[in-house]
Each structure stands twice: as C-alpha cells, then as structure tokens.
Design a protein around this ligand. Structure first.
Ligand code: PMP
Ligand code: GLN
Length: 393
C-alpha cells in the first residue's frame, strides 16, 4: 500500500500510508469500473432526513455545534438506544457526537489506551482499528474468525487475553465478514471482560443491517457490561449518508469523558447542519428500519446468486452490506490483492482484498478472500454480475 510515500511518516503509522478504500475507489474512477469496493450506497436515504439537513442549512445552523453535539441529537441517540436496545444513557454526559464512527473509535482508543496496553479484537478487522491502536502506542492482539461460519473461537479469545490486556474491541455486525455475534458468543466475551476487568469498545455501525434470523445484540445489554462498555455507531449506514460523518459514542460518563478529551483535539466538532437531520432519522418509525434491512437482504441475495453463478465460493453474510468470496476458483494462486488490482481491466468491477483486514503475521488467512458491497441499485448489481461472469468464462 503506497509504501513509497512513507518517507516522512511516523514509525507508528508505517504500513498504514494509504487506505484500501482510497486506493480502490480511485481505481474505480480511473477505470470507470463498477465500484463494489468501498461501502457506500449509490442511492439516497429518507427524504425527511435530507430535507431536515437542507432546512438546517437554510435556517442558519452553519456554525460550530456544541462540543458534545447538538442537544436534540444527543436526546435522539439516547431515545434510539432505549427504543431498539433497551439501553439507557443520559444525553448529558453519556452520549457524545463525533465525526463519524471513525472519530468515535479514534477518540475512544487515543483517549483510553496507554503505551504498551494490549487490545484484543476480531480479525479480519476494519482498517482504522489497527492504525488507531498503533497511534496510541498500544498493541493489537487479533482473534481470527474463519469462513464459512466466521464464528468466534472462544478458546482463542481466552488465550489472547494477557495481564497487559486493557480492552476488547468488537465489531458486530462485522465488517468485512458479515458475521453477527450471537448471545452465546457475546456472553463468552462479557465473561472474559468481567473476569479480567476489561473495557469493551463495541462498533455497531451496522446495527440495523441484519438479515434472516440474525439479531443484533449490543454487548452493553449483558449483565455487568453497561458500566464497562462504549457503544459506537453512526448515521452513515442507517440513513445512506456516509458523507455526512455523524457518529456517536454512548457509555458511562467516565469512559465517555476519556473519549471526549481526545476527540476535542481531533475535529473539536463537525457536521453542524447534519446533526439535527440525523436526529430526524433516528426518530423515524419502525417501518423505516425494517424496510432498510429487507431491501438490503434482497440485494444481498441478488449479488450472492450472481457471485455463485460466476463461480465464486461466497459466504452468506447475516449482517452488513458486504459479501466475502473465495477467489481461488478464478485465480489459482489465490492472490486477492492482485485479483482486485486486475479486475477493473479484466471486467470493469472493483472489490476489496480482505487481506488488508488481517494482521501482517496472519495474511495467509485472508489472502484469497475478496469483499464485494451490495448497497447498490439492482441494475448496477446485475451489470456487475454480468461482467464478473464474463471474466470467469
Ligand atoms: N466501523 C466499521 C466497521 C465500518 O465499516 C465503518 C465504515 N463505514 C466505520 C466504522 C466508519 O464509519 P463512519 O463512516 O461513520 O466514520
Ligand atoms: N466503511 C466503509 C467500508 O468498509 C469505508 C469507509 C472508508 O472509506 N474509510 O467499505
């Protein structure tokens, strides 16, 4: 990944020079390929939410919002956590608005971790986790999830915890695998967190994108967990507004305060007029949230059918808007990165090589895996499938 540009880069960020999303989206633009790489929808979110942003801009909400976030959005986040998860948070002190979930994660990791602390997390892992842990001077201890089921190996999790472990960083529904942690898995994680007095940071940005019989459960709802858990989410996935970067953290005041201390020196504040608009979204009726998941389930099935027809082994995601495939039937050497670099020329489609979501030492686990996003219009999915079938034949 763009290592030639690392000459002046701090040693803490060596190897994190350029994100895979920037690289693959640039490739899609250059080659005019269909971008099933970076996860963003190619359709807009609910009109009420878009209108609310326009109204906020027109009515002059264009200056710095308050440091912790617009009060009405903090109230709407608190209501949302209670309505969907039965979790209670005081909008004053237990809810913090951030520049997307990305800044929420950075704030939590930089605000809490000491140099040398260890963070246990699920691998493959979203790319900003490792980079922020490195910036904090902390150490990544990945626990690998493996296809086809991507279920948590509880013994491996237990073995990853050492006396230096400070935090477990979770992501459910999980990017890139589409796994959704079930109650049994969450209970095992919670037991470990309580036993070793660990902080849990739970990235739940895909909380409303769950399919079939999967249920999103926040680990903060388990006994003994509310008081040690920061729950992170964002409006980007739920309201198709990834460019607005409105995210949030909920948790006990002491943990939120630590994240806030770091966050205030990152952006201080962001997304002024988009904050009241996301408040409108969070208060939409249940049908909106149900409809979002059922539309995406249909899209998932559409892309899955096509990927299987094109000859890939595809692992059915129970959540998120990503499918992971094994490319070895189409490329014998199983080099997913090379496959993704060539794919735009071969057939005009872009995907993300999952290898970038693995620790260097475990690259062989993800080398042959590639992720495709299905948050696209049906005709775009169909065209991508047709092109992939052409490449396979
Ligand atoms: N966490 C995960 C697991 C993600 O997939 C993403 C990407 N959208 C983020 C965090 C970042 O979210 P945001 O765009 O709100 O910063
Ligand atoms: N979360 C999105 C994904 O996994 C991308 C976000 C980004 O571009 N950093 O595709």
């Amino acid at each position: 990944m763009a290592r030639e540009h690392d000459a002046y880069l701090t040693s803490r960020l060596r190897g994190f020079g350029s994100t895979i999303f920037a690289e693959m989206t640039a490739l899609a633009t250059e080659k005019r390929a269909i971008n099933l790489g970076q996860g963003f929808p190619d359709y807009d979110g609910p009109p009420e939410v878009l209108e609310a942003a326009v109204d906020a801009i027109r009515s002059g909400q264009n200056q710095y919002p308050p440091g912790p976030g617009v009060a009405d959005l903090r109230m709407a986040i608190s209501e949302h956590q209670s309505r969907f998860h039965g979790l209670r948070y005081d909008p004053d002190g237990e809810v913090l608005v951030t520049a997307g979930a990305t800044e929420a994660l950075a704030g939590a990791l930089l605000g809490i971790l000491e140099t040398g602390d260890e963070v246990v997390l699920l691998e493959p892992m979203y790319d900003s986790y490792q980079a922020c842990i490195a910036l904090a001077g902390a150490i990544t201890r990945p626990v690998t999830l493996r296809p086809p089921s991507y279920r948590l190996d509880v013994d491996a999790l237990r073995a990853a915890v050492t006396p230096r472990t400070r935090m477990i960083l979770l992501n459910t529904p999980h990017n890139p695998t589409g796994a959704v942690l079930d109650r049994e898995e969450l209970r095992a994680i919670a037991d470990l967190a309580v036993e070793h007095d660990l902080i849990v940071v739970s990235d739940e940005v895909y909380e409303h994108l769950v399919y079939d019989d999967a249920e999103h459960v926040s680990i903060a709802t388990l006994p003994g967990m509310w008081e040690r858990t920061l729950v992170i989410s964002s409006g980007g996935k739920t309201f198709n507004t990834t460019g607005w970067k409105v995210g949030w953290i909920c948790g006990p005041a002491k943990l939120v305060a630590a994240a806030r201390a770091a966050k205030q020196f990152l952006t201080y504040v962001s997304s002024g007029p988009f904050q009241p608009a996301i408040a409108v979204g969070l208060r939409l009726p249940d049908e909106y949230f149900v409809g979002l998941a059922s539309d995406l389930r249909r899209k998932r099935d559409r892309l899955m059918r096509g990927l299987v027809a094109a000859g890939f082994e595809a692992y059915t995601p129970r959540g998120t808007y990503f499918v992971t495939v094994d490319i070895r039937s189409l490329r014998e050497d199983g080099d997913g990165y090379a496959f993704c670099r060539e794919l735009p020329d071969r057939c005009g489609v872009v995907g993300i090589p999952n290898v970038v979501f693995y620790d260097r030492a475990h690259e062989s686990e993800g080398r042959h895996l590639v992720r495709f996003a299905f948050c696209k219009r049906d005709e775009v999915i169909d065209e991508a499938v047709e092109r992939l079938m052409g490449a396979a034949s």
